[in-house]
Design a protein around this ligand. Structure first.
Ligand code: HGY
Ligand code: MN
Ligand code: MN
Length: 406
Protein backbone atom coordinates (compact mmCIF):
# COMPACT_ATOMS: atom_id res chain seq x y z
CA UNK A 1 0.00 0.00 0.00
CA UNK A 2 1.29 3.51 -0.72
CA UNK A 3 2.10 6.08 1.93
CA UNK A 4 -0.69 8.29 0.59
CA UNK A 5 -3.31 5.52 0.92
CA UNK A 6 -2.26 4.74 4.46
CA UNK A 7 -2.24 8.42 5.38
CA UNK A 8 -5.74 8.98 3.95
CA UNK A 9 -7.18 6.11 6.03
CA UNK A 10 -5.89 7.49 9.28
CA UNK A 11 -6.39 11.17 8.53
CA UNK A 12 -10.08 11.68 9.53
CA UNK A 13 -9.87 9.81 12.85
CA UNK A 14 -10.24 12.16 15.79
CA UNK A 15 -10.06 15.35 13.71
CA UNK A 16 -12.05 18.30 15.05
CA UNK A 17 -14.47 19.77 12.52
CA UNK A 18 -13.97 23.24 13.99
CA UNK A 19 -10.19 23.54 14.37
CA UNK A 20 -8.95 20.79 12.04
CA UNK A 21 -6.76 19.61 14.93
CA UNK A 22 -6.67 16.13 16.45
CA UNK A 23 -8.00 14.83 19.76
CA UNK A 24 -6.58 11.33 20.09
CA UNK A 25 -6.28 10.96 23.83
CA UNK A 26 -5.20 7.55 25.13
CA UNK A 27 -7.93 4.96 25.61
CA UNK A 28 -10.53 7.35 24.16
CA UNK A 29 -12.60 6.41 21.12
CA UNK A 30 -10.46 8.15 18.44
CA UNK A 31 -7.18 6.77 19.76
CA UNK A 32 -8.73 3.29 19.99
CA UNK A 33 -9.89 3.63 16.38
CA UNK A 34 -6.30 4.45 15.41
CA UNK A 35 -5.18 1.40 17.36
CA UNK A 36 -7.73 -0.80 15.56
CA UNK A 37 -6.38 0.59 12.28
CA UNK A 38 -2.87 -0.34 13.45
CA UNK A 39 -3.96 -3.94 14.14
CA UNK A 40 -5.66 -4.14 10.73
CA UNK A 41 -2.46 -2.98 9.02
CA UNK A 42 -0.47 -5.59 10.93
CA UNK A 43 -2.98 -8.28 9.92
CA UNK A 44 -2.94 -7.21 6.26
CA UNK A 45 0.84 -7.71 6.22
CA UNK A 46 0.89 -10.91 8.27
CA UNK A 47 2.80 -9.26 11.12
CA UNK A 48 2.74 -11.11 14.45
CA UNK A 49 1.16 -8.83 17.03
CA UNK A 50 2.43 -8.73 20.60
CA UNK A 51 0.99 -6.44 23.27
CA UNK A 52 1.88 -5.70 26.86
CA UNK A 53 -0.38 -4.87 29.77
CA UNK A 54 0.47 -1.15 29.45
CA UNK A 55 -1.31 -0.69 26.11
CA UNK A 56 1.84 -0.85 23.93
CA UNK A 57 1.77 -3.01 20.80
CA UNK A 58 4.37 -4.30 18.31
CA UNK A 59 3.70 -6.03 14.99
CA UNK A 60 6.67 -8.23 13.98
CA UNK A 61 7.76 -9.18 10.48
CA UNK A 62 9.65 -12.40 11.05
CA UNK A 63 10.91 -13.79 7.77
CA UNK A 64 11.41 -17.56 7.90
CA UNK A 65 15.19 -17.18 8.04
CA UNK A 66 15.24 -14.20 10.43
CA UNK A 67 16.82 -14.51 13.86
CA UNK A 68 18.73 -12.61 16.52
CA UNK A 69 17.76 -9.34 18.13
CA UNK A 70 14.99 -7.45 16.37
CA UNK A 71 15.01 -4.03 14.73
CA UNK A 72 12.12 -1.98 16.11
CA UNK A 73 10.63 1.06 14.44
CA UNK A 74 7.24 2.81 14.83
CA UNK A 75 6.13 5.70 17.03
CA UNK A 76 2.85 6.72 18.72
CA UNK A 77 -0.75 7.33 17.63
CA UNK A 78 -2.00 9.62 20.40
CA UNK A 79 -1.98 13.41 20.04
CA UNK A 80 -1.81 16.45 22.27
CA UNK A 81 -5.14 18.25 22.72
CA UNK A 82 -5.95 19.85 19.36
CA UNK A 83 -2.71 18.53 17.91
CA UNK A 84 -1.35 18.06 14.42
CA UNK A 85 -1.69 15.05 12.15
CA UNK A 86 2.02 14.22 11.94
CA UNK A 87 3.43 14.06 15.46
CA UNK A 88 3.43 10.30 16.05
CA UNK A 89 1.34 8.92 13.19
CA UNK A 90 3.97 9.91 10.59
CA UNK A 91 6.37 7.43 12.19
CA UNK A 92 3.79 4.63 12.26
CA UNK A 93 2.47 5.17 8.74
CA UNK A 94 6.02 5.52 7.36
CA UNK A 95 6.96 2.24 9.04
CA UNK A 96 4.19 0.31 7.27
CA UNK A 97 5.03 2.02 3.98
CA UNK A 98 8.74 1.24 4.43
CA UNK A 99 8.01 -2.45 5.01
CA UNK A 100 5.87 -2.45 1.86
CA UNK A 101 8.78 -0.91 -0.09
CA UNK A 102 11.21 -3.49 1.23
CA UNK A 103 8.90 -6.33 0.32
CA UNK A 104 8.26 -4.88 -3.14
CA UNK A 105 11.96 -4.94 -3.82
CA UNK A 106 12.34 -8.48 -2.55
CA UNK A 107 14.29 -7.69 0.62
CA UNK A 108 14.34 -10.56 3.08
CA UNK A 109 15.35 -9.38 6.57
CA UNK A 110 17.93 -11.41 8.44
CA UNK A 111 16.55 -9.96 11.67
CA UNK A 112 12.94 -9.54 12.78
CA UNK A 113 11.57 -6.06 12.05
CA UNK A 114 8.90 -4.70 14.38
CA UNK A 115 6.53 -1.75 14.14
CA UNK A 116 5.60 -0.38 17.55
CA UNK A 117 2.75 1.83 18.71
CA UNK A 118 3.52 3.29 22.14
CA UNK A 119 0.64 4.47 24.29
CA UNK A 120 0.15 7.97 25.88
CA UNK A 121 3.37 9.45 24.44
CA UNK A 122 2.11 12.99 24.91
CA UNK A 123 0.86 12.71 28.46
CA UNK A 124 -2.20 14.62 27.28
CA UNK A 125 -4.59 12.60 29.43
CA UNK A 126 -2.64 11.36 32.45
CA UNK A 127 -0.01 14.12 32.56
CA UNK A 128 3.08 11.92 32.27
CA UNK A 129 4.72 12.00 28.82
CA UNK A 130 5.90 8.69 27.32
CA UNK A 131 3.85 6.75 29.86
CA UNK A 132 3.79 3.55 27.75
CA UNK A 133 7.52 3.43 27.09
CA UNK A 134 8.31 4.50 30.66
CA UNK A 135 6.28 1.60 32.01
CA UNK A 136 7.79 -0.92 29.62
CA UNK A 137 11.35 0.14 30.52
CA UNK A 138 10.67 0.49 34.24
CA UNK A 139 11.34 4.26 34.23
CA UNK A 140 7.89 4.60 35.78
CA UNK A 141 6.74 1.93 38.21
CA UNK A 142 3.26 0.37 38.19
CA UNK A 143 2.72 1.88 41.66
CA UNK A 144 3.42 5.39 40.34
CA UNK A 145 1.21 4.83 37.30
CA UNK A 146 -1.68 3.53 39.39
CA UNK A 147 -1.85 6.96 41.08
CA UNK A 148 -2.38 8.80 37.79
CA UNK A 149 -5.79 10.36 37.14
CA UNK A 150 -7.11 12.20 34.12
CA UNK A 151 -8.73 15.66 34.37
CA UNK A 152 -12.08 14.10 35.23
CA UNK A 153 -10.48 12.08 38.03
CA UNK A 154 -10.61 8.75 36.16
CA UNK A 155 -7.73 6.48 37.26
CA UNK A 156 -5.46 5.06 34.55
CA UNK A 157 -6.49 1.46 35.24
CA UNK A 158 -10.20 2.32 34.98
CA UNK A 159 -9.64 4.14 31.68
CA UNK A 160 -7.78 1.12 30.31
CA UNK A 161 -10.48 -1.30 31.45
CA UNK A 162 -13.22 0.93 30.01
CA UNK A 163 -11.40 0.71 26.66
CA UNK A 164 -11.58 -3.09 26.80
CA UNK A 165 -7.96 -3.67 27.84
CA UNK A 166 -6.82 -5.99 30.60
CA UNK A 167 -4.20 -3.84 32.29
CA UNK A 168 -1.12 -5.43 33.73
CA UNK A 169 1.27 -2.56 34.31
CA UNK A 170 5.01 -3.14 34.31
CA UNK A 171 8.00 -3.99 32.16
CA UNK A 172 6.54 -7.14 30.54
CA UNK A 173 8.31 -8.93 27.69
CA UNK A 174 7.78 -6.66 24.67
CA UNK A 175 11.33 -5.28 24.56
CA UNK A 176 13.08 -8.57 25.26
CA UNK A 177 13.94 -9.22 21.64
CA UNK A 178 14.67 -5.61 20.64
CA UNK A 179 18.29 -4.97 19.63
CA UNK A 180 17.85 -1.49 18.19
CA UNK A 181 15.07 1.11 17.90
CA UNK A 182 14.65 3.71 15.17
CA UNK A 183 11.79 6.21 15.43
CA UNK A 184 10.89 8.38 12.47
CA UNK A 185 9.24 11.67 13.46
CA UNK A 186 8.17 14.94 11.92
CA UNK A 187 10.68 17.62 12.88
CA UNK A 188 9.20 20.05 15.41
CA UNK A 189 11.50 22.94 14.57
CA UNK A 190 13.09 24.47 11.49
CA UNK A 191 16.58 23.04 11.58
CA UNK A 192 16.11 20.91 8.45
CA UNK A 193 14.51 23.86 6.61
CA UNK A 194 17.57 25.98 7.38
CA UNK A 195 19.85 23.20 6.17
CA UNK A 196 17.81 22.54 3.02
CA UNK A 197 17.47 18.84 3.88
CA UNK A 198 14.33 16.67 3.71
CA UNK A 199 15.52 14.24 6.38
CA UNK A 200 17.93 14.27 9.28
CA UNK A 201 19.10 12.12 12.17
CA UNK A 202 18.84 13.04 15.87
CA UNK A 203 21.93 13.62 17.97
CA UNK A 204 20.33 14.38 21.34
CA UNK A 205 17.18 15.39 23.22
CA UNK A 206 17.32 18.35 25.56
CA UNK A 207 16.59 17.71 29.23
CA UNK A 208 13.00 18.71 30.03
CA UNK A 209 10.47 18.58 32.80
CA UNK A 210 6.88 19.26 33.82
CA UNK A 211 6.31 21.14 37.07
CA UNK A 212 3.04 21.84 38.88
CA UNK A 213 2.79 25.29 40.48
CA UNK A 214 0.07 25.54 43.16
CA UNK A 215 -0.65 29.15 44.09
CA UNK A 216 -2.93 29.49 47.13
CA UNK A 217 -4.60 32.77 48.11
CA UNK A 218 -7.86 33.98 49.59
CA UNK A 219 -11.20 33.89 47.79
CA UNK A 220 -13.02 37.21 47.95
CA UNK A 221 -15.47 39.52 46.18
CA UNK A 222 -14.20 41.03 42.91
CA UNK A 223 -16.05 44.30 43.50
CA UNK A 224 -15.97 45.02 47.18
CA UNK A 225 -12.41 43.93 48.00
CA UNK A 226 -10.00 46.85 47.67
CA UNK A 227 -7.04 46.03 45.43
CA UNK A 228 -4.57 46.46 48.29
CA UNK A 229 -6.53 44.05 50.53
CA UNK A 230 -6.34 41.06 48.19
CA UNK A 231 -4.35 37.83 48.34
CA UNK A 232 -4.80 36.98 44.71
CA UNK A 233 -3.10 33.79 43.47
CA UNK A 234 -3.92 34.70 39.86
CA UNK A 235 -1.70 37.76 40.21
CA UNK A 236 1.16 35.66 41.63
CA UNK A 237 0.71 33.21 38.78
CA UNK A 238 0.71 35.99 36.17
CA UNK A 239 3.89 37.57 37.53
CA UNK A 240 5.57 34.15 37.77
CA UNK A 241 4.64 33.39 34.14
CA UNK A 242 6.22 36.67 33.02
CA UNK A 243 9.31 35.98 35.10
CA UNK A 244 9.64 32.45 33.65
CA UNK A 245 9.40 33.78 30.13
CA UNK A 246 12.01 36.45 30.78
CA UNK A 247 14.39 34.06 32.51
CA UNK A 248 14.17 31.49 29.69
CA UNK A 249 14.80 34.21 27.10
CA UNK A 250 17.81 35.51 29.00
CA UNK A 251 19.36 32.04 29.12
CA UNK A 252 18.38 30.97 25.58
CA UNK A 253 16.15 28.19 26.91
CA UNK A 254 12.42 27.31 27.05
CA UNK A 255 9.74 27.82 29.69
CA UNK A 256 6.01 27.54 28.96
CA UNK A 257 2.92 27.66 31.12
CA UNK A 258 0.50 25.85 28.79
CA UNK A 259 -2.15 24.67 31.24
CA UNK A 260 -3.93 26.44 34.06
CA UNK A 261 -6.85 25.79 36.42
CA UNK A 262 -8.43 28.43 38.63
CA UNK A 263 -10.69 27.69 41.62
CA UNK A 264 -13.56 28.49 41.79
CA UNK A 265 -13.07 29.96 38.28
CA UNK A 266 -15.75 32.64 38.59
CA UNK A 267 -15.53 35.98 36.84
CA UNK A 268 -16.60 37.98 39.89
CA UNK A 269 -14.41 36.33 42.52
CA UNK A 270 -10.76 36.60 43.46
CA UNK A 271 -9.70 32.94 43.15
CA UNK A 272 -8.72 30.87 46.16
CA UNK A 273 -6.27 28.78 44.18
CA UNK A 274 -4.57 28.69 40.81
CA UNK A 275 -2.72 25.63 39.55
CA UNK A 276 -0.50 26.03 36.51
CA UNK A 277 1.81 23.57 34.80
CA UNK A 278 5.22 24.70 33.56
CA UNK A 279 7.07 22.86 30.79
CA UNK A 280 10.78 23.76 30.90
CA UNK A 281 13.57 22.61 28.56
CA UNK A 282 17.27 23.43 28.57
CA UNK A 283 20.46 22.43 26.80
CA UNK A 284 21.95 20.69 29.85
CA UNK A 285 20.73 19.05 33.05
CA UNK A 286 22.53 21.72 35.09
CA UNK A 287 20.99 24.59 33.15
CA UNK A 288 17.51 23.06 33.62
CA UNK A 289 18.09 22.84 37.38
CA UNK A 290 19.39 26.44 37.42
CA UNK A 291 16.47 27.77 35.35
CA UNK A 292 13.93 26.06 37.60
CA UNK A 293 15.63 27.30 40.77
CA UNK A 294 15.48 30.86 39.46
CA UNK A 295 11.83 30.64 38.37
CA UNK A 296 10.85 29.14 41.73
CA UNK A 297 12.77 31.84 43.58
CA UNK A 298 10.98 34.58 41.63
CA UNK A 299 7.61 32.89 42.19
CA UNK A 300 8.18 32.68 45.96
CA UNK A 301 9.33 36.31 46.08
CA UNK A 302 6.17 37.38 44.30
CA UNK A 303 4.01 35.22 46.57
CA UNK A 304 5.58 37.05 49.52
CA UNK A 305 4.49 40.40 48.06
CA UNK A 306 0.97 39.15 47.29
CA UNK A 307 0.36 37.35 50.58
CA UNK A 308 -0.13 34.07 48.75
CA UNK A 309 1.64 30.72 49.02
CA UNK A 310 3.42 28.87 46.21
CA UNK A 311 4.23 25.15 46.21
CA UNK A 312 6.14 23.64 43.26
CA UNK A 313 6.06 19.91 42.47
CA UNK A 314 8.24 18.33 39.76
CA UNK A 315 5.79 15.89 38.15
CA UNK A 316 8.35 14.47 35.71
CA UNK A 317 11.91 15.35 34.75
CA UNK A 318 13.75 13.69 31.86
CA UNK A 319 17.52 14.03 31.73
CA UNK A 320 19.56 14.73 28.60
CA UNK A 321 19.52 11.93 26.03
CA UNK A 322 22.57 11.50 23.80
CA UNK A 323 21.70 9.04 21.08
CA UNK A 324 24.22 6.38 20.04
CA UNK A 325 26.82 8.38 18.03
CA UNK A 326 28.07 5.44 15.97
CA UNK A 327 24.54 4.41 15.07
CA UNK A 328 23.60 7.98 14.08
CA UNK A 329 26.68 8.27 11.86
CA UNK A 330 26.06 4.85 10.36
CA UNK A 331 22.53 5.86 9.36
CA UNK A 332 23.44 9.39 8.22
CA UNK A 333 26.33 8.57 5.92
CA UNK A 334 26.94 6.71 2.68
CA UNK A 335 23.97 8.03 0.70
CA UNK A 336 24.17 8.97 -2.98
CA UNK A 337 22.54 12.36 -2.23
CA UNK A 338 25.04 13.21 0.52
CA UNK A 339 24.99 12.82 4.28
CA UNK A 340 21.83 13.48 6.29
CA UNK A 341 22.37 16.21 8.89
CA UNK A 342 22.64 15.12 12.52
CA UNK A 343 20.66 17.56 14.67
CA UNK A 344 19.48 17.98 18.29
CA UNK A 345 15.85 18.33 19.32
CA UNK A 346 14.05 20.00 22.20
CA UNK A 347 11.07 17.60 21.94
CA UNK A 348 10.67 14.46 24.02
CA UNK A 349 10.13 11.04 22.42
CA UNK A 350 9.72 7.36 23.31
CA UNK A 351 13.09 6.98 21.56
CA UNK A 352 14.61 8.99 24.42
CA UNK A 353 13.11 6.64 26.99
CA UNK A 354 14.32 3.50 25.20
CA UNK A 355 17.76 5.05 24.72
CA UNK A 356 17.95 5.91 28.44
CA UNK A 357 17.08 2.26 29.14
CA UNK A 358 20.22 1.17 27.27
CA UNK A 359 18.71 0.18 23.91
CA UNK A 360 20.79 1.50 20.98
CA UNK A 361 18.41 4.05 19.51
CA UNK A 362 18.24 6.51 16.64
CA UNK A 363 15.69 8.95 15.27
CA UNK A 364 15.01 10.13 11.74
CA UNK A 365 13.38 13.53 11.29
CA UNK A 366 11.30 14.66 8.32
CA UNK A 367 11.34 18.35 7.39
CA UNK A 368 8.48 20.52 8.64
CA UNK A 369 8.31 23.67 6.48
CA UNK A 370 7.04 25.97 9.23
CA UNK A 371 8.42 24.15 12.24
CA UNK A 372 4.97 24.45 13.85
CA UNK A 373 3.97 21.44 15.94
CA UNK A 374 1.50 20.56 18.72
CA UNK A 375 -0.98 22.61 16.68
CA UNK A 376 -3.49 21.93 13.91
CA UNK A 377 -1.06 23.82 11.61
CA UNK A 378 1.62 21.12 11.91
CA UNK A 379 2.58 20.00 8.40
CA UNK A 380 5.01 18.11 6.19
CA UNK A 381 5.02 18.03 2.38
CA UNK A 382 4.05 14.64 0.94
CA UNK A 383 7.26 14.68 -1.15
CA UNK A 384 9.31 14.97 2.06
CA UNK A 385 7.24 12.23 3.74
CA UNK A 386 8.09 9.97 0.81
CA UNK A 387 11.79 10.77 1.21
CA UNK A 388 11.29 9.86 4.88
CA UNK A 389 9.74 6.49 3.97
CA UNK A 390 12.65 5.75 1.66
CA UNK A 391 15.13 6.83 4.35
CA UNK A 392 13.47 4.52 6.86
CA UNK A 393 13.45 1.64 4.35
CA UNK A 394 17.19 2.16 3.72
CA UNK A 395 17.78 2.30 7.47
CA UNK A 396 15.88 -0.95 8.09
CA UNK A 397 17.80 -2.58 5.25
CA UNK A 398 21.08 -1.57 6.86
CA UNK A 399 20.06 -2.72 10.34
CA UNK A 400 18.18 -5.91 9.47
CA UNK A 401 19.98 -7.03 6.31
CA UNK A 402 22.52 -9.86 6.02
CA UNK A 403 25.63 -9.06 8.02
CA UNK A 404 23.88 -6.40 10.16
CA UNK A 405 26.03 -5.81 13.22
CA UNK A 406 24.71 -6.03 16.80
O1 HGY B 1 6.23 17.17 24.53
C1 HGY B 1 7.06 16.71 23.75
O2 HGY B 1 8.19 17.10 23.65
C2 HGY B 1 6.70 15.62 22.79
O3 HGY B 1 6.26 16.11 21.60
N1 HGY B 1 6.02 14.55 23.34
MN1 MN C 1 4.36 15.65 20.61
MN1 MN D 1 5.74 12.60 19.01
Amino acid sequence: MTFEQLWRDLDPIGRSASSGGYFRQPFGSAERECHAWFLEQCATRGLEVESDGNGNTIGWWRAASAGGPGVLTGSHLDSVLDGGAYDGPLGVVSSFAAIDHLRDRGFVPARPIGIGAFVEEEGSRFGLACLGSRLMTGATTPEQARELRDRAGVPLLDAMSAAGLEPELGTGHLLENVGVFVELHVEQGRDLVDRGAAVGVASEIWPHGRYRFDFTGEANHAGTTRMEDRHDPMLTYAMTALAANKQARLSGERATFGRIEAVPNGTNAVPSRVTAWLDARCATDDSLAALMAEIERMGHDRAGLDGTVLAVTAESVSGAVHFDDDLARRLATGHAVGDWPIIPTQAGHDAGVLSAAGIPTAMLFVRNPTGVSHSPAEFAETADCLVGVEALATTLERLAGEGAAG
